[in-house]
Design a protein around this ligand. Structure first.
Ligand SMILES: Cc1cc2nc3c(=O)[nH]c(=O)nc-3n(C[C@H](O)[C@H](O)[C@H](O)COP(=O)(O)OP(=O)(O)OC[C@H]3O[C@@H](n4cnc5c(N)ncnc54)[C@H](O)[C@@H]3O)c2cc1C
Length: 421
């Protein structure tokens, strides 16, 4: 539960003048204003479940775009299985069915003392509670030679959109016999199995259209999510076509030359025909601007309710928050959003929300009828300050992959419905 003493102390610190100027009334929690920043898997779910749990809340959802473009499914665009446009979800249903006010604007600043956010339209929104789920930004200076401008030549495609289209276009233009080089970052980053699913789906495309080509993954890690399942799948589906290179073998990336398409590591130089650099990441910039991040670049939170440990009355969910050992996934963001919504509603009514119940289940496609998955259940540790995985597991090596692929497709449909409809 959000610490009520801390909350009241925050009220006192905010001062009577500020209180007089806003509609917040501690005796009437039903009028509480909750602003949610980010209409992705975390934010849209939080807005919806806040209203489901307490329809009297005044909930406003702010996103800089008029629809959300899903990253889950975007690797399939690279394989040519689906159009990028099929991954858009707008906010009409949230507005109509749940009476959520939706504003398309970029949040430029958050004033944690006055409890106010400023939009790029110059409008200001006051809040009693703020939920932010703004996703990620990149650490552009982390790899020598790879910045925002370089990403227009060697796309990261790690936020779905134009970058996804560019990478797909480059794959289509590549000659048979070419090398697609993917660099995978060190943990933590958005979607731990994502680079390996991407390698698989690019291999699926190459096997069909350019069978003499190769995919190489230069990894900043020595092991990766669902490793055994991926390695087995590559052997079965794409023998000799996908090569994973551990950081133990190559060391760190020293430099990237996106014009000559060369990646220089501590020990070697790698030439590519298509270069996909997935850079190290951090919480989206609005989080650091608001003072919500720590030295790691991510936002520390109380895992019981996802309240920021840095700024009172603000909750951070999704990729931007530190919820280790939960991965940064859409499934996790959706699960955290529900825990956070419940904690806010219960706390506003001065009730204890009880311990959180958090889950994650991540599917990865290796081919249209071949998928693998990993799941985890997370609870508060004994001290109550950190999460621990109480159960985790991958599907067995000999599981029915065709059935998993069906489950993976159904999951995509269900999570989009649960989040946006
Ligand atoms: C290739 C790929 C494949 C993936 N596949 C899977 C998968 O199969 N399963 C899975 O569970 N996860 C998957 N993920 C991970 C998943 O996409 C993320 O974990 C998830 O999107 C995180 O949700 P979020 O709410 O934190 O951020 P997002 O979903 O990115 O939402 C953030 C939103 O905030 C908005 N925003 C940001 N800043 C501002 C601002 N200042 N003002 C207003 N709006 C703002 C953005 O426009 C965006 O709509 C994948 C990721 C990638 C890259």
């Amino acid at each position: 539960m959000m610490d009520r003493r801390r909350f009241l102390a925050g009220l006192a610190a905010a001062g009577a003048g500020t209180l007089a100027g806003c509609s917040f009334n501690p005796l009437n929690w039903g009028n509480a204003k909750v602003v949610v920043i980010g209409g992705g898997y975390g934010g849209a779910t939080a807005a919806k479940y806040l209203k489901l749990l307490d329809p009297s809340l005044d909930v406003t959802l702010v996103d800089k775009r008029n629809s959300h473009l899903s990253c889950p499914g975007s690797n399939e665009v690279l394989a040519g299985w689906r159009e990028l446009e099929s991954l858009h979800r707008d906010f009409r249903r949230l507005r109509k069915a749940y009476d959520i006010r939706v504003i398309q604007a970029e949040v430029e600043a958050i004033d944690g003392v006055k409890r106010r956010v400023r939009l790029n339209t110059k409008d200001k929104l006051e809040y009693d509670r703020l939920v932010i789920s703004p996703g990620i930004d990149f650490r552009w200076k982390a790899i020598d030679g790879y910045g925002r401008a370089a990403s227009l030549k060697a796309p990261h495609a790690w936020i779905a959109g134009e970058q996804t289209k560019l990478l797909h276009k480059q794959l289509k233009a590549m000659d048979d016999g070419g090398v697609v080089l993917i660099t995978a970052p060190a943990n933590p980053y958005r979607c731990p199995p994502g680079p390996y699913e991407r390698a698989s789906l690019i291999a699926a495309y190459l096997k069909r259209y350019k069978p003499r080509s190769k995919v190489i993954i230069l990894d900043a890690k020595t092991q990766f999510s669902k490793q055994k399942l991926f390695l087995k799948g590559w052997q079965e589906l794409y023998p000799g076509m996908v090569e994973w290179v551990s950081s133990e073998k190559e060391g760190q990336i020293d430099h990237v030359d996106v014009i000559r398409k060369i990646v220089q590591t501590e020990f070697n130089e790698h030439r590519a025909n298509v270069l996909n650099i997935i850079p190290p990441q951090r919480a989206a910039s609005i989080a650091s601007k608001a003072g919500l991040t720590d030295a790691s670049g991510w936002c520390p939170v109380d895992p019981a309710n996802f309240a920021s440990t840095r700024v009172p009355h603000i909750h951070v969910i999704g990729d931007a928050c530190i919820a280790t050992p939960m991965p940064k996934s859409a499934f996790a963001a959706n699960s955290q959003a529900k825990v956070c919504a419940r904690a806010i509603v219960e706390d506003l009514q001065e009730r204890d929300p009880g311990p959180p119940s958090l889950v994650n289940h991540c599917y990865s496609f290796l081919a249209p009828d071949y998928a693998i998955s990993i799941s985890g259940i997370y609870e508060l540790g004994r001290k109550g300050h950190e999460l621990m995985a109480t159960a985790t597991g991958e599907t067995p090596l000999d599981a029915d992959r065709r059935q998993e692929a069906r489950f993976a497709r159904d999951w995509q449909t269900n999570i989009r419905a649960d989040t946006f409809e």
